[in-house]
Write a protein that binds this ligand. Structure first.
Ligand code: ARG
Length: 463
């Protein structure tokens, strides 16, 4: 960091204290917006030229200077100065050092208030596009695993107690649905992010003849913020994005919790590739599911950022307040955490080994086909409540006998209802249970394959 004079120090009697300088500066983190800051400035300069405010020579100088600055940033050679507070003033000063007065004219008809709001939106809309691609890649990984396991039976749980047999593929497709909604939310949030504050200046607009449509077209903004006060003070898009990101993390956290349970020897349903696990420094036998555990942990961190941003905004009067500078770190960390997590997760799902025998054995332990037996009796004419009672008795008997329903001899089963015949054993198998639920949204392998194909088409259409 170099030191330098403030841009706005003209009206002050003494410089800010060293502590205040450090406390108020954002350059340590907002330098991340440099590329988008330059992008916004170039569009603003071109618009000013078209509006007759900047000469052709000034515009040419600004373009040349900015190209050099861009190169310096990429090379890591630009010296960021704490005295220049933030990325906007650092770049502007560097430009002025290079090209003189044209650099000083760039800020005509603009304020850092509309500038920073523009930068964040430009940056975030790119990140949202990246996130949407990564969500789809994770969905693709889940679809492959679901397809391979369309006919793999596992216990479906409610209250974490064995409920009914489900296809493992069907279970995975539940997450594909969640991530599909996440992607919709990201797309929707991107629309409201992709609106241009530039032209609002500090808060009231500007006396210069700005052509906001021109700037918006140059920057690819879909819409223009229609109220200058709202333009500089609105951070709804940041909150919306963090809320959408929190939900993605919640979904990933739920899946993580399941992977951790399934990998535990008590379940033994899956194995996670070694490259996603670590050992213990004391217990030689350990293989720990660190990645899903960390994902579960990091979901809390992103949800914390959401809370932080909502609290940041809730008491701010219009229009811009310095509080808003605090929007960046939570936003940056949310994006980084989410992108890293999505990347690693798709890779991890491609390294899952499924253990169908263990899943099937667990189904057989929990009387998972009791509902199928009840439905069977209803189809033979028994009212559902009576059949529920008859099957409950049968389950009680099997439990005492230490066997499954399918192990009870026909004569014993007939003791609970005379409607039971030899065809009951087909109904009591996990595979029979799955196949019997062959309707839209059901767990039958045929439905799983249908949904995999449907999702692949949707993903291909989006690509
Ligand atoms: N660094 C500031 C931020 O991140 C830029 C805007 C500063 N505006 C001001 N009036 N001090 O929000």
């Amino acid at each position: 960091m170099t030191t330098d004079n403030k841009t706005w120090s003209g009206r002050f009697n003494e410089p800010v204290s060293e502590l205040v300088k450090q406390y108020t500066a954002s350059i340590n983190f907002d330098q991340r917006l440099a590329r988008h800051d330059i992008q916004g400035s170039l569009a603003h300069a071109q618009m000013l030229h078209e509006a007759g405010v900047l000469s052709a020579q000034d515009l040419a100088d600004i373009r040349r200077g900015m190209a050099e600055i861009q190169a310096e940033i990429e090379a890591g050679s630009l010296q960021w100065s704490l005295d220049l507070e933030d990325v906007h003033m650092n770049i502007e000063r560097r430009l002025t050092d290079k090209i003189g007065d044209a650099g000083k004219r760039l800020h005509t008809g603009r304020s850092r208030n509309d500038q920073v709001a523009t930068d964040i939106r430009l940056w975030l809309r790119d990140e949202i596009s990246t996130i949407r691609r990564l969500i789809k890649d994770l969905q693709a990984a889940l679809l492959d695993l679901a397809e391979q396991n369309a006919a793999t039976v596992m216990p479906g749980f409610t209250h974490l107690q064995v409920a009914q047999p489900v296809s493992f593929g069907h279970h995975l497709l539940a997450y594909v649905e969640m991530f599909g909604r996440d992607d919709e939310r990201m797309a929707d949030c991107r629309r409201r992010t992709n609106r241009m504050p530039l032209g609002a200046a500090a808060l009231a607009g500007t006396t210069f003849p700005v052509r906001r449509e021109t700037t918006a077209a140059l920057l690819g903004f879909e819409q223009i913020c229609q109220n200058s006060l709202d333009a500089v003070s609105d951070r709804d898009f940041a909150i919306e994005f963090t809320a959408a990101a929190s939900l993605v993390m919640v979904h990933l956290s739920r899946l993580s919790e399941e992977l951790i349970l399934w990998m535990s020897p008590r379940f033994g349903f899956i194995d996670i590739a070694d490259r996603f696990c670590t050992g213990s420094s004391i217990m030689p036998q350990k293989k720990n599911p660190d990645v899903p555990e960390l994902v579960r942990g990091k979901s809390g961190r992103v949800i914390g950022h959401l809370t932080g941003l909502i609290m940041l905004m809730k008491s701010q009067p219009l229009a811009y307040n310095k509080d808003n500078q605090e929007d960046k770190e939570p936003l940056f960390d949310t994006v980084d955490t989410l992108i890293d997590t999505l990347r690693i997760y798709a890779d991890m799902m491609r390294g899952i080994t499924v253990k169908p025998e263990a899943m099937r054995a667990a189904v057989l332990q929990g009387f998972a086909t009791a509902t199928d037996l009840a439905d069977y009796l209803v189809k033979k004419g028994l009212p559902f409540r009576d059949s529920h009672e008859a099957v409950a008795q049968a389950v009680r008997h099997a439990e005492q006998a230490g066997c499954g329903l399918e192990d009870l001899p026909l004569t014993v089963l007939q003791g609970f209802s005379t409607l039971i015949e030899n065809d009951v054993y087909q109904v009591l198998t996990p595979e029979g249970s799955l196949n019997a639920r062959n309707h839209l949204g059901g767990t039958a392998p045929e439905q799983v394959k249908f949904q995999v194909a449907r999702w692949r088409e949707l993903l291909a259409a989006d690509a």
